[in-house]
Design a protein around this ligand. Structure first.
Ligand SMILES: *Cc1c(COP(=O)(O)O)cnc(C)c1O
Length: 362
């Protein structure tokens, strides 16, 4: 049996460290804000090489907070990819703005830079590239377009902790970036958690204030905000895991290489490509096959769990029916929804078990 994800295996590998960290937070009653949150914010920012990290409640809040503090609201438009998790467009709508969808690249599942400019209007405020599955977006081209049209760029790095594009970490190209530490992400907490990173002092201060009831100093509320904070327990857990993430990411890449070899001879399967000069961190290993159904059944029969990310491109989900989006406007995302399949990929997967199970596939 090969589970799609096994978070308990990871816990077992770092149990002593984690248990001690949790015990310390409780002993210090550092539940909200406090030293463990500060420590994680500093460590995370330092590792990425950026000035500010603001811990928040989850990745979706991180997008909402950042967009709001970029001044996005009613009447504005934000450009998002057609294939992503719903947070990218949901958070846009929450600000009162409208998500404008762009189809994905044929090779990489990420927003197609060739199609962005035709979607820019005088209402556009932000471009939101999503580094999907651990693959980086084409940031050079996206930044050129954004600068030419004077738009903000908010990078969604929820699936790409420490992925690289041109030797630099994703999240350092745009005006700000967001992370999710949902338990199943490459760097995952033991509950909901998220963060915003930026080099912009003013934006950082605004985000921190808005996420904490509009206040930076107790009882001094400068604006109305929300309550979305990273809590001490999650921060302490993330501090421990941050020391392991590079190793875990490279183990994910190793599993991806194993798959590439195992699957390469099966002619109806397209294995994931890596962008040149990038470091793909394989949050998901997504193949395409016109015979997905039969391949999926074969895997299931050998006890290998698979999933589909995502069964329906966002422009066609019910909340966006008002936009009247047509399949021919998003031909790649529309075609891929019937071909994509995510195979198990995580650091604790046992290579030999994987290889012997696949060898038994007929
Ligand atoms: C997980 C995810 C989010 C949201 O994260 P939560 O912490 O679950 O709110 C946003 N964008 C993408 C692409 C994600 O995969």
């Amino acid at each position: 049996m090969i589970k799609f994800l096994d978070l308990h295996k990871q816990y077992e590998s770092i149990k002593d460290e984690i248990d001690r960290a949790i015990f310390n937070v409780i002993t210090d009653t550092a539940f909200i804000k406090g030293k463990y949150v500060r420590e994680f914010e500093e460590n995370f920012a330092h590792k990425i090489g950026i000035k500010h990290c603001i811990g928040v409640g989850n990745g979706t809040d991180a997008i909402y907070i950042t967009l709001k503090m970029m001044g996005v609201g009613v009447g504005d438009e934000v450009i998002v990819p057609a294939n992503s998790w719903i947070s990218s467009s949901e958070a846009v709508s929450l600000t009162g703005a409208k998500p404008i969808f762009v189809d994905i690249e044929e090779d990489f599942f990420t927003i197609n830079p060739d199609l962005i400019e035709q979607k820019i209007t005088d209402k556009t405020k932000v471009i939101m590239p999503v580094h999907l599955f651990g693959q980086s977006c084409e940031m050079d081209r996206i930044m050129l377009i954004a600068r030419k049209h004077n738009l903000f760029v908010l990078e969604d790095c929820a699936q790409s902790h420490f992925s690289k594009y041109n030797e630099e970490y994703v999240g350092t190209f745009g005006d700000a970036a967001i992370f999710s530490f949902y338990p199943g992400k490459n760097l995952g907490a033991y509950g909901d958690a998220g963060a915003i990173i930026t080099d912009n002092d003013d934006l950082a201060e605004k985000c921190r204030m808005f996420a904490n009831h509009g206040s930076l100093t107790k009882h001094q509320h400068r604006i109305e905000g929300i309550n979305s904070r990273l809590d001490g327990l999650q921060a302490a857990i993330l501090n421990i895991k941050l020391n392991h993430i590079d190793k875990w990411n490279s183990q994910r890449r190793e599993i991806a290489r194993v798959y590439n070899k195992l699957i390469k001879d099966k002619e109806d399967i397209v294995t994931p490509k890596e962008r040149d000069n990038s470091y793909h961190t394989y949050h998901l290993y997504v193949i395409r096959s016109i015979n997905r159904k039969s391949f999926r059944t074969k895997l299931k029969d050998k006890g290998i769990e698979t999933q589909i990310h995502y069964p329906m491109p966002i422009p066609f989900l019910k909340p966006y029916h008002y936009q009247n989006n047509k399949p021919e406007d998003f031909p790649i995302a529309w075609r891929y929804k019937d071909e994509i399949l995510s195979l198990p990929v995580y650091a604790e997967l046992v290579k030999n078990e994987l290889i012997s199970t696949y060898k038994r596939l007929k």
